[in-house]
Design a binder for this molecule. Sequence first.
Ligand SMILES: Nc1ncnc2c1ncn2[C@@H]1O[C@H](COP(=O)(O)OP(=O)(O)OP(=O)(O)O)[C@@H](O)[C@H]1O
Ligand SMILES: [Mg+2]
Length: 262
Amino acid sequence: MIEVSRLVKKFGSFTAVDDLSFEVRPGELFGFLGPNGAGKTTTIHILCTLLAPTSGAASINGFNCLTQPQEVRRRIGIIFQDPSLDERLTAWENLEFHGMIYHLPKGLRRKRMEEVLVLVELSERRHSIVKTFSGGMKRRLEVARGLMHQPQVLFLDEPTIGLDPQTRHRLWGTIERLSRADRMTVFLTTHSMEEASLCDRVLILDRGKLVALDRPQALVAQHRAKNLEEVFLALTGHDLRDNGASEAEISRASVRRLKRWR
Ligand SMILES: Nc1ncnc2c1ncn2[C@@H]1O[C@H](COP(=O)(O)OP(=O)(O)OP(=O)(O)O)[C@@H](O)[C@H]1O
Ligand SMILES: [Mg+2]
């Protein structure tokens, strides 16, 4: 359903996605993991036709993301990492606007709006202004919007970030149902290894490169690890990417300084 072949994305001299190749099967619940700055969002933006690759190719259900963007867009739904609702509008208006962009005829549009609101449990709040929603409600509304046009592939870039455990579990229930019952292909990023463990397969990306791709249980077994988090840390090493030193190194250095001072 998704094919990525030797994909490269450079920003100036910096390589964000580095010769990446993989495939996602129809109906698969696919986890796309990696430390901050690994290139996950960049890859998703290329797959969603929002960014052109420097080289290589990507396609959705056989349609090329670069040369057939309209065909691709019709088949995908996307929940962005950054909030993208119009906060001044009501939930209903946000969905209506999305349906119009996708040229859903009025009857079908209204039907879908009702359905997706039920799915994310926001029917009662349909006429509230989005600005008055909690973070979790906004996230659920974004999921509802992504599902309006019944996409074959749903991209979710950190869908559960900042949600309380209840909302997270409910949202995961919805995601799993869409994948298992409706056979929708789901491509998601998460920093929660607990969530990643629920995926059919996970890909681990580090500095733009693929470092692992397999079923979570298979990766845990291959690395003789206790869980996926151990595998992730073993493969991607250093805990913090943006700062040179790890927290442990910083605290070791300050202990040394303290000893010298005494
Ligand atoms: N438009 C841009 N111009 C320059 N550099 C960029 C641009 N977009 C992304 N990058 C860089 O590319 C790298 C990958 O960014 P990306 O957003 O894909 O990471 P990510 O894996 O989604 O990280 P996170 O887990 O923090 O969301 C980062 O180093 C980022 O600074
Ligand atoms: Mg990201």
